[in-house]
Design a protein around this ligand. Structure first.
Ligand code: 6PG
Length: 252
């Protein structure tokens, strides 16, 4: 399925559109299956989305919080009370402000000093929650993703081992440039989602977004490997990030 690329004037409009999409997906998922499963992304771009979902009364009222289950696509190697922690950011911006049951918050236990064990534990949590048979993959209703200037997404960084870990759901991934491990869902899990929504904002992403969307690069960026096998791929980007993408590329 071809990606849907939507360009917004600025990050405020991008965030509003992402929040509307989130609320619509949540309502439809719960109407169909009595639950909405979402894997959140970290970093700075989604923070404003999470805040808007918590504070915009009309959006807040649309979202079936008791039936919504929050997971994370990746996590930094810091404890949950650290400001760099993705769960911590989402909890401060959203989860502590809405009536989502504690048992619906499925964070990666990054405080575990053994990242491989933390990854295995989270993989077990996914297998248990989704009641997966041995080789099966979880299918999230929504996977939220961002993209770094190097084309990484989740914690799938260029030239890292996690890009090849296609027999696992979650792995600890050594990221040399940060000299640290990250926890990340793997490509098969991300690509099994019903909807994958990238949020990309800012001029610092313009060059990598061009390379990723125009698919010209011989060396694949991790973000280019996000190709849902049976799902929608949405790119919600602002004009600053899309500044170098050729217009014909955008005609859907
Ligand atoms: C993380 C994210 C990561 C993020 C990109 C973009 O843990 O940091 O999961 O993949 O989405 O780094 O981050 P920004 O939105 O802050 O540019």
């Amino acid at each position: 399925m071809k990606p849907e690329i939507r360009i917004y004037t600025n990050s405020v409009e991008l965030t509003a559109a992402a929040a509307t999409e989130f609320a619509g997906l949540a309502a439809r998922a719960v109407a169909a299956n009595n639950r909405f499963t979402v894997a959140l992304s970290g970093g700075s771009t989604p923070r404003s989305l999470y805040s808007l979902l918590a504070t915009d009364e009309s959006l807040r009222a649309k979202i079936p919080w008791p039936e919504t289950h929050f997971f994370w696509g990746d996590e930094r190697n810091v404890p949950p009370d650290n400001s760099e922690n993705n769960y911590h950011m989402a909890s401060e911006a959203l989860l502590s402000k809405v009536p989502v049951p504690a048992e619906n918050i499925h964070r990666m236990k990054s405080e575990n000093p053994d990242p491989a064990a933390a990854a295995a534990e989270y993989e077990g949590e996914l297998r248990g929650f989704f009641r997966l048979a041995a080789e099966a993959l979880p299918r999230f209703d929504l996977v939220l993703l961002g993209m770094g200037p190097d084309g990484h997404t989740a914690s799938l960084f260029p030239d890292t081992a996690a890009l090849e870990a296609n027999d696992r759901l979650v792995v600890a991934n050594w990221v040399e440039k940060f000299k640290t491990n990250r926890l990340t869902m793997t490509l098969p899990v991300l690509n099994n989602a019903a909807t994958v929504m990238f949020l990309v904002s800012g001029s610092e992403k313009a060059e990598v977004l061009r390379a990723v969307l125009e698919n010209g690069a011989t060396k694949k960026f991790p973000a280019q490997l996000i190709q849902p096998v049976a799902g929608r791929l949405l790119w919600l980007v602002d004009e600053a990030a899309a500044a170098r993408v050729s217009k014909e590329r955008l005609i859907q």
